[in-house]
Design a protein around this ligand. Structure first.
Ligand code: OOG
Ligand code: NI
Length: 303
């Protein structure tokens, strides 16, 4: 029987599977963890609080947010505010977790219909094989099945030509056509780390000292207008991608993000040892997110 506690066990397994594949694809993950252990900021990887994870998808009838979100709604996540990225032609939502120690989730989708006919045609060439919502036939209580689904090809591997044509018009489209539902990033919460590392400014200084390459779009540190949410990210790591025509090309894979959530003004009187997640700035910020998307863009990965 599916009980709420079984669902959380399934969620644990799904999140573990995502983090395992992601760490294999993104050497910066272990690089940063090792550097944190080396500087005695943490003792083991589990000491890191994961602020949120993010996924990208194609906004199409059998795919998109309305399909993908069914997975995490099943595990007790709640849909929260929408975001609209006009220039990048993206929609997004964030989801709050069933318990505070789970990561928030940020899911975005490409408004495929807003692209040129040529780009739409390329995308449909691949996604037209997805004729029904694949999540509808997935047993969401079977963690292994969900893990397989999140890492399996949803459509044929693209040709390099198609990839490069898409890249010219929408870097996001090119990313999704190759990387699909691979975890786009996980996010280290910095505010609960020890002094010297618990502000985004100090954490960024640590990363730069250790030689990690950071996304500079709109400035390295992205700050929400209310100054409660401060974010930074690495530049996506390149992967040697094999394309359908047998060609290989180095393309953007995934990246790592860092977030500082400040205590809300109404809770600033609380002693430090009483501060919990609900006392800090929650949610996301469109202005920050708009620049963080660019962590996988060639303007950042080629610098
Ligand atoms: C997501 C970018 C936005 C945030 O925390 O605002 C984001 C993406 O690159 O897919 O992660
Ligand atoms: Ni993020």
């Amino acid at each position: 029987m599916t009980t709420p506690s079984n669902r959380l066990k399934t969620l644990d397994a799904v999140l573990n599977g995502l983090m395992t594949r992601y760490s294999e694809r993104v050497p910066d993950v272990l690089g940063i963890i090792d550097a944190l252990i080396d500087e005695k900021v943490i003792q083991k990887p589990d000491d890191i609080e994961n602020d949120h994870i993010a996924f990208r998808t194609m906004g199409l009838p059998s795919l998109g947010i309305q399909s993908f979100e069914k997975i995490f709604l099943h595990y007790g996540y709640e849909k929260r505010e929408p975001y609209d990225f006009k220039e990048k032609k993206l929609n997004a939502y964030w989801y709050s977790p069933p318990k505070p120690h789970y990561p928030r989730i940020f899911v975005s989708e490409l408004r495929v219909r807003d692209l040129s006919d040529e780009a739409q045609h390329i995308i449909y060439k691949y996604t037209d094989t997805v004729v029904f919502d694949p999540v509808d036939t997935l047993d969401l209580d079977d963690a292994q099945a969900v893990d397989r689904f999140l890492h399996q090809p949803l459509w044929q591997i693209p040709t390099l030509d198609d990839y490069l044509t898409l890249l010219k018009e929408s870097e996001y489209a090119a990313w999704v056509i190759y990387n699909r539902y691979y975890l786009n990033h996980f996010t280290i919460s910095v505010h609960n780390l020890k002094p010297g590392y618990n502000t985004i400014q100090e954490f960024v200084a640590f990363l730069e000292r250790r030689g990690f390459k950071l996304n500079s779009a709109g400035g390295t540190i992205k700050i929400s207008p209310d100054e409660g949410l401060l974010q930074a990210s690495t530049v996506a790591q390149l992967i040697d991608a094999e394309f359908a025509d047998g060609q290989t090309h180095r393309i953007a894979g995934s990246y790592v993000e860092f977030a500082e959530r400040r205590v809300l003004p109404e809770f600033r009187h609380l002693p430090a040892d009483q501060i919990r997640r609900e006392h800090r700035r929650d949610g996301f910020e469109a202005g920050n997110a708009d620049k963080i998307f660019e962590s996988t863009f060639t303007s950042q990965t080629n610098q």
